[in-house]
Ligand binder design. Structure first.
Ligand code: FAD
Length: 359
């Protein structure tokens, strides 16, 4: 670990779900800069992973929105505060330093030195569900993938996509489509003959299937073959119990995600049934300076709702401001009337949006 890769920040928000995003906003109003980290490659938490296109009816002042639209609005709302985003990274260790700040390590070697931490980790970090096949994990990120960062890695290859939901059907379709990233062959494998995807995605898939550009098989991967240290075939067992080998260069396993609380459990914070105990004045955990907001926390009367998380963010931000600016009185101001808040928000006559931290 070297200091050159260390990011110093007033606040580190762990989790870019709806509550983590709104935490950035509330911190920003108090002139507190934040960095946000999430294990997923995109912000939005459960809203995007679990119900992106379903309607939500209980966001105050918004009669109807959707997971995706809510996240888009939150991202728009926090833009003036220029938070640093570190996506596709999971926090691992935390250690409090002599000066009270927290040294936080994340995957990929990113290190933060933060005055305060806001754990907005929801139900945990979403991890891809994996196939339990002996020897398969050795090919992770070379021939085995659980999401697509670079579609070009599938171009001209024999691809097996495993899964039957929106993501699996959509990627099977995209990789089979004519273009620079077109695979040599694409097979979609699902354990049932019913695919669960939206109508437009299914229509595109069916069109390609009808003209032979993509194949669909019902069955399960039960083994692999290797040749010269490379994955050469997937052994597929069909519903009648017959097993055959399908030559593959790439396997894209899209079986959905399951949440894992992960290393946060080892941070030594008071917990109750896998949730972080907080008070309802500051939403502080048992370690001063580490706050917990949203679905990850628990207190008497807790409701796992987005609007409850938003309220928690407001009080936690005020509590953090007292730690970050110990010599200042923290003013209470309305966004409607405060010129200072207008300046921070980049609206009105004094508009000058905040530069992204570290830029
Ligand atoms: P999450 O949305 O879970 O986000 C947490 C984020 O933290 C995730 O992105 C995760 O990847 C990340 N993370 C976790 N651990 C780590 C780590 N160690 N390192 C890095 N990143 C990490 N609520 C409502 O108010 N109204 C509704 O209508 C509604 N409908 C729902 C429908 C469904 C099907 C479901 C499942 C939930 C619904 N909810 C609804 C609940 C709502 O989605 C949650 O209350 C909300 O998502 C909680 O937000 P959050 O930011 O606390 O956590």
């Amino acid at each position: 670990m070297t200091n050159t890769s260390m990011i110093q920040t007033d606040a580190l928000v762990v989790g870019a779900g709806p509550v983590g995003l709104f935490q950035v906003f509330q911190l920003g109003l108090l002139d507190i800069k934040s960095h946000v980290i999430d294990s997923l490659p995109h912000p939005g938490g459960q809203c995007i992973e679990l119900y992106a296109d379903k309607p939500i009816y209980d966001i105050p002042g918004t009669p109807r929105t959707s997971g995706r639209a809510l996240v888009a609005s939150l991202l728009e709302q926090i833009k003036p505060f220029g938070a640093g985003f570190h996506l596709g990274q999971e926090v691992s260790a935390v250690a409090q330093q002599a000066d009270g700040r927290f040294l936080v390590e994340a995957s990929h070697g990113t290190v933060f030195l933060a005055k305060t931490i806001f754990i907005a980790a929801g139900v945990g970090s979403f991890q891809p569900k994996r196939l339990k096949i002996a020897g398969l994990d050795a090919f992770e990120n070379t021939q085995l993938f659980h999401h697509v960062d670079e579609p070009a890695r599938f171009a001209g290859k024999n691809v097996l996509v495993v899964g039957g939901d929106e993501a699996a059907v959509d990627w099977a379709t995209r990789l089979a489509q004519a273009g620079p990233e077109q695979a040599q062959s694409v097979t979609l494998l699902h354990r049932r003959d019913v695919l669960q995807a939206s109508a437009p995605v299914l229509a595109r898939f069916d069109a390609l299937r009808n003209n032979g550009a993509v194949r669909f098989r019902v069955g399960q991967v039960t083994g692999i073959d290797t040749e010269d240290g490379k994955l050469s075939a997937a052994r597929i067992t069909d519903v009648d119990g017959n097993t055959s080998a399908l030559p593959v260069d790439r396997m894209l396993v899209l079986l959905g995600l399951s949440p894992k609380l992960g290393p946060l459990i080892q941070w030594g914070l008071d917990m109750e049934r896998k949730q972080l105990r907080v008070d309802t004045e500051k939403f502080s955990t048992s370690v001063p300076g580490i706050f917990a907001v949203g679905d990850i926390n628990t207190y008497p009367g807790k409701k796992k709702l987005i609007l409850c998380g938003f309220h928690e963010c407001t009080l936690a931000a005020y509590a953090a401001a007292e730690l970050i600016f110990p010599d200042q009185k923290i003013p209470f101001q309305y966004t409607t009337t405060s010129p200072k808040l207008h300046k921070l928000l980049g609206v009105g006559a004094d508009a000058s949006p905040t530069e992204p931290e570290g830029s």
